[in-house]
Write a protein that binds this ligand. Sequence first.
Ligand code: 2M8
Length: 416
Amino acid sequence: MNMHIDQAKRILAQNDRGGYTVPTDRLYPFQWNWDSAFVAMGFALYDTDRAYRELERLVEGQWADGMIPHIVFHAPSETYFPGPDVWHTKHAIPTSGITQPPVFAIALRKLHEAAGKGAEARTLPLYEAALKWHRWWYSARDPDGTGLVALLHPWESGSDNSPAWDIALARVPTTTDTLVVRKDTGHVNADMRPRDEDYRRFIHLVDTYAACGWDPAKQWEKASFKVAEIQTTAILLKAGEDLEHLASLFDRTEEAIEIAAFNDRTRKALMAQWRPELARFVSRDLISGEDVEAATQAGFIPLLSLDLDKQVADALVSEMKAWSKDLKVAFPTTKPGIASWEPKRYWRGPAWAIINWLLIDGLKRNGHTAVAEELRKSTLAAIETEGFAEYFDPVTGQGCGGLGFSWTAAAYLWLE
Ligand code: 2M8
């Protein structure tokens, strides 16, 4: 018996706060959106009831307009900033006012399949919640019908301080109405976290949207950060495929047609973001109208939801290999050696188990099984050596950030 499996399950149990799982104690004391979707997939392997609970508790935070917030503040905690008082949202259970990558429907399909006979009654309400959320993405975050969805805050990407945001975020003022009192740097080394200036801009955006009363149309108009983002869009498309599958399974024919139309539009739009000269896909800054050319992991995530021509897939894979050369742990979230690369600073270089998970699925989908297998083994080895850290320094392999981390545990269970 592999003892790491037991440890992974123990971490998920320790981070349980009553049907939902915190990412890690103290540093992240609430329920996070995409963390919970990954965690649900982990639970689906051995406890489907608990896996459903995870998604059901997340949906308690869903807004009337369909958005599922990035944080649900089920119970108070003083160990995190910004807490509910900063967001000024109006939902019965306090939540943040922004969202996160829609991994939810990917998890739901896996869970439905794992639960087997009789699962439909429990899956259906969650399917409906997911459909409402996908409709929200297309209406609130792609009002012009381009097929790519936009983020109005770097936190929505899940890759908070990625170099992908450097140009767009520099336009956001550092002034805030809210006093910025960081708690994260009391839990982990400040060198591993976003900078103070990033936090001031993050909070400026929160203040701006709170002043819009969290109305999507007003936010769209006032946003000084607006990026049509490929990592999120690629995840939305994969989730859309899984949602379409569930709709057909449940004989929801009209909904299946509606979702298929979303997916078709997005598939074409995503493909149009391929840049052969960079051997990557790129996001688009909707304020400047320019491509986001920063070299980050996001450029490879479309592998997850596109069936690429061999030539394109081969080019992506050889670029991925070039980035991983000489690293102890793949896959780096920023291209090693470039000016913005910082191997210990959060989303500016480190390797993350959940990103590897998405890439592994994408590599397999596109026929690169040997590379997928290599990445799977290196992810497991990193965890077995260093423990269930939030992320890993790709040069030294050191586990960094928070420890006893839920999504790293879920990734281990899934990839093992
Ligand atoms: C990190 O983000 C939060 C804000 O949402 C933070 O730094 O305070 C990111 O790694 C994000 O992707 C993740 O969902 C969250 C909880 O693990 O932490």
